[in-house]
Design a protein around this ligand. Structure first.
Ligand SMILES: Nc1nc2c(c(=O)[nH]1)N[C@H]1C(S)=C(S)[C@@H](COP(=O)(O)OP(=O)(O)OC[C@H]3O[C@@H](n4cnc5c(=O)[nH]c(N)nc54)[C@H](O)[C@@H]3O)O[C@H]1N2
Ligand SMILES: Nc1nc2c(c(=O)[nH]1)N[C@H]1C(S)=C(S)[C@@H](COP(=O)(O)OP(=O)(O)OC[C@H]3O[C@@H](n4cnc5c(=O)[nH]c(N)nc54)[C@H](O)[C@@H]3O)O[C@H]1N2
Ligand SMILES: [Mo]
Length: 773
């Protein structure tokens, strides 16, 4: 496999096949070969997302009660192969490479070293990671943390760790004395968690898999489903086959949202029958969603006026609005006042297109609205999510079968981590219950989220940074500004499966604690253990590992948290960490005792096929908002989506997205098949007219520079330019390679999610000789 990224040698071409189909089968076979796990991989994959099997470690999409024989997708299979790979980063591997040397490696090269097999500690004298015993590691980490001010210690979590681990982790942090519990959702759907409680009184989506069978219309915003939640293509395909319209809003023509061949269907595989996934595709401008939805709302009101005048059927659900909502009058006024020229300019699509979308929506009964990072990672993300909810509320589309809002979450348990207390906001924690159960005083001041933690690191105010999974240093924005400060942190500790960039850019003292993955057998003194996760639709699932652990030295994540907690915290007879680790059912009992409404009969119900749903008031039209009603929230305007000079001549709007062969910072290969990119990630996809205006040709090389106002120069050079079907003024590139371009201050206003989209950049053509050198 090619791991060096030479954009000069990359290939490009339009991928005209559908998502899924033989392309998927081929990609699946090649990842099993690449990770040397053809036989085990095939056996393991048959248990993926099955009752009594394991929950996929890739995305968080719902797992059906009656699974297909292969209830996984190409990308879920890649994530599985990556975890059960036979490649190992052993002490011999670490002896052979200095950390300085590995700094020059890309993400693919770093993680291709395989699974970390033993605990390691950084040795400055040799610039290498050296093996260390578990006991010595825990003793030293515990002693160092104990001597620190808990307010200066951060406990980060990436969204993969189970409900059990996450519960123990937040409890340990709080008993130690801090709410510094940022997690990956701070970079992801935190905008949802901030926006929805104000409008519909719940922090999560209201749609379940059942709703797909009952829906009459699907509105789809800013999510690349073919790559990032491919299993969702099955219910989408089924809905399309029933004639349900799917209206997509996305600047890019994403292959998976255009058409799909079901790789689970022998008939479709042998005949060229593809399902067209989108019935209408609106290629809006990056950041154009609020304006687009305002246009739809305006037309709905115009149609409603006409219906009123002619005695036709109303378009607006008047009874629902009167009985359940507040704020409609002001919102309707804003929509009536909105000017089409403004809407078209900001949305980047025509009035006719928006009217067509509104008419389809107006004709449909129950309607669902799905969205992803194309919405949440913007400066104005919270405003936009309010706007999406307004659109649903206008026609009473919350709290009835086949209708609702569906934020498509990222990591496989990111939603669940929040549910069991991983949050920096004490108001979201059942502190009374914790006090009662564990006889301690939980810290009440707000902790640091991701952006605030980065700010504090830059100020030199963080003594230790503990990472439960993930690749924090690589996932955050503004690498060139933050990495130097990160290296000054006295202690960094990473619970990992794979070696990654956050191991290379490390604190003064640095430990790597290798853990079992979810697919591996987890044997404790009480026998083989299972864990649970919450999917994107609020359903909880059991998950039992089945693969042989990558090394005999690995500990489970609950065991790692417990060992640390025992050293860090004074003895507390209310928490028997060892008993919890011996039998995870006891952790689930503790979770149930803390959250009795959500986790009733947790141990019994976790194996229910399809998972058990958490109760959600909004599904029953009960509104847990401050005023007890569902709220229309009128956006203050459409712009700006940045506080930087985005509209200056020559400035383009950059979005940083995932390719088809990565899971966040884990890069499986350098290809992005659906977008027709083979062999590089150092690329910018542009509109042809923008290329002409910039005097660039396909294959030209540029340096991208952020147009910021803070006086800091941010740039990434040696990026290859290629034409793509993307609106003028917009440009696409890959996360995390382009993260140095994103100022830390460019984040969603209320939720502080770093804004990976709508980054204003200028492109400077590189002289060919230099680029080739
Ligand atoms: N295979 C695989 N699966 C994954 C992941 C992975 O890396 N690989 N990551 C997981 C995680 S943590 C997450 S959060 C999800 C992420 O899944 P996505 O939400 O799909 O994330 P992105 O890759 O950022 O893609 C953003 C999409 O929004 C569109 N977009 C960008 N800007 C705008 C805009 O202003 N408006 C609109 N309407 N659309 C816009 C882009 O064209 C793109 O289609 O996937 C999860 N699943
Ligand atoms: N510019 C830009 N930046 C972004 C985004 C974007 O779209 N654009 N997306 C953001 C989003 S949505 C997210 S969620 C973040 C992702 O941020 P993170 O969640 O921090 O990063 P990941 O890349 O998912 O983490 C990968 C690492 O997790 C570890 N790992 C894998 N499995 C396990 C396990 O079972 N246990 C443990 N302990 N470790 C494990 C491996 O060592 C692997 O290297 O990035 C964010 N950053
Ligand atoms: Mo995410």
């Amino acid at each position: 496999m090619k791991t060096k990224d030479n954009p000069e040698q990359a290939r490009f071409g339009e991928y005209t096949n559908s998502a899924g189909g033989w392309g998927s089968v081929k990609a699946l076979a090649s990842i099993l070969v690449q990770e040397h796990v053809v036989a085990t991989g095939t056996r393991v994959l048959l248990k993926q997302n099955k009752p009594e099997g394991f929950a996929c470690v890739s995305c968080s999409w719902a797992k059906p009660a009656d699974p297909h024989m292969f209830e996984f997708c190409e990308n879920g299979a890649k994530a599985t192969a990556w975890e059960i790979t036979d490649k190992r980063a052993t002490p011999e591997f670490f002896a052979a490479h200095t950390v300085g040397e590995m700094e020059t490696w890309n993400d693919l090269e770093l993680e291709s070293s395989g699974r970390v097999t033993e605990p390691m500690k950084y040795d400055a004298a040799s610039d290498r990671y050296l093996p260390v015993s578990w006991r010595a590691a825990f003793d030293d980490i515990g002693a160092q943390l104990k001597a620190m001010d808990p307010k200066k210690v951060v406990f980060y979590a990436s969204g993969r760790a189970s409900l059990e681990t996450s519960y123990m982790y937040q409890l340990m942090a709080r008993m130690y004395g801090t709410n510094n519990l940022p997690d990956s959702s701070n970079m992801c759907h935190e905008s949802t968690s901030v926006a929805l409680p104000k409008t519909i009184g719940v922090p999560v989506g209201t749609v379940t898999l059942d709703d797909f069978e009952k829906t009459d219309c699907i509105l789809f915003f800013g999510h690349n489903t073919g790559t990032n939640a491919p299993r969702m293509l099955h219910p989408l395909e089924a809905a399309r086959k029933r004639g349900v319209p799917v209206i997509t809003f996305n600047p890019l023509r994403e292959r998976g949202l255009v058409s799909f061949v079901n790789p689970q269907s022998p008939l479709e595989m042998l005949t060229p029958a593809r399902t067209a996934i989108s019935s209408q595709y609106l290629q809006i401008k990056i950041g154009g969603d609020t304006a687009a939805v305002m246009g739809m709302a305006k037309h709905l009101l115009a149609m409603d006026d006409a219906a009123l005048a002619t005695g036709g059927e109303r378009i607006i659900d008047v009874a629902f609005i009167e009985q359940h909502t507040e704020g409609f009058g002001e919102f309707a006024q804003a929509a009536r006042n909105a000017r089409w020229e403004e809407i078209e300019r900001h949305a980047g699509v025509t009035r006719a297109e928006l009217e067509q979308a509104a008419e389809t929506y107006a004709k449909a009964g129950a309607t669902m609205l799905m969205y992803g990072m194309g919405i949440t990672q913007h400066r104005e993300a919270v405003r936009t999510i309010h706007m999406l909810t307004n659109l649903l509320l206008m026609r009473g589309n919350i709290g009835k079968p086949g209708a609702g809002i569906c934020p498509i979450r990222g990591h496989s348990n990111v939603q669940g981590q929040r549910t069991v207390g991983i949050t920096e906001k004490p108001a979201l924690v059942p502190n009374d219950r914790l006090r009662e159960l564990y006889h301690f005083e939980p810290p009440m001041e707000k902790g640091l989220n991701t952006v605030e933690a980065c700010e504090e690191i830059q100020r030199g105010g963080i003594s230790a940074f503990f990472m439960l999974g993930g690749n924090f240093v690589r996932a955050i924005p503004d690498h060139d500004q933050i990495e130097p400060a990160w290296r000054e942190i006295p202690l960094t500790v990473q619970v990992v499966t794979h070696f990654n960039r956050s191991c290379v850019i490390h604190g003064k003292t640095s430990y790597l604690l290798p853990c079992l993955g979810r697919i591996e057998v987890d044997r404790q003194s009480g026998g083989e253990q299972a864990v649970a996760v919450e999917d994107s639709t609020g359903c909880m699932h059991g998950s039992r590992g089945m693969a042989k652990p990558a090394s005999e030295h690995l500990l489970s994540e609950p065991a790692i948290v417990a060992e640390l907690a025992k050293r860090l915290l004074p003895f507390n007879p209310q928490v028997d960490w060892d008993a919890w680790v011996a039998d995870y059912a006891r952790i689930r009992d503790a979770i149930e005792a803390t959250y009795p409404d959500i986790f009733r009969d947790f141990n019994a119900r976790m194996w229910k096929p399809g998972g058990f749903p958490r109760p959600l008031a909004a599904r029953e039209r009960k509104w847990k908002t401050p005023n007890g009603r569902a709220n229309f929230i009128t956006p203050p305007g459409y712009e700006p989506d940045t506080d930087m000079p985005a509209d200056a001549p020559g400035v383009l709007r950059l979005m940083t997205v995932r390719g088809d062969s990565q899971f966040n910072t884990t890069v499986y290969s350098l290809d992005d098949r659906f977008r027709g990119v083979w062999g590089t990630r150092r690329v910018l996809l542009m509109n042809r007219r923008d290329m002409l205006e910039h005097a660039l040709e396909a294959g030209s090389f540029v340096t991208a520079q952020t147009v910021s106002t803070d006086g800091v120069a941010r740039q990434v050079s040696r990026l290859r330019v290629e034409p793509f079907d993307i609106p003028q003024g917009c440009v696409m590139g890959y996360f995390p390679e382009l993260n140095p371009l994103i100022p830390l201050s460019h984040h969603a206003l209320e939720s502080k999610v770093p804004a990976g989209k709508s980054v204003p950049v200028r492109l400077i053509a590189e002289v060919p000789e230099i680029a080739a050198a």
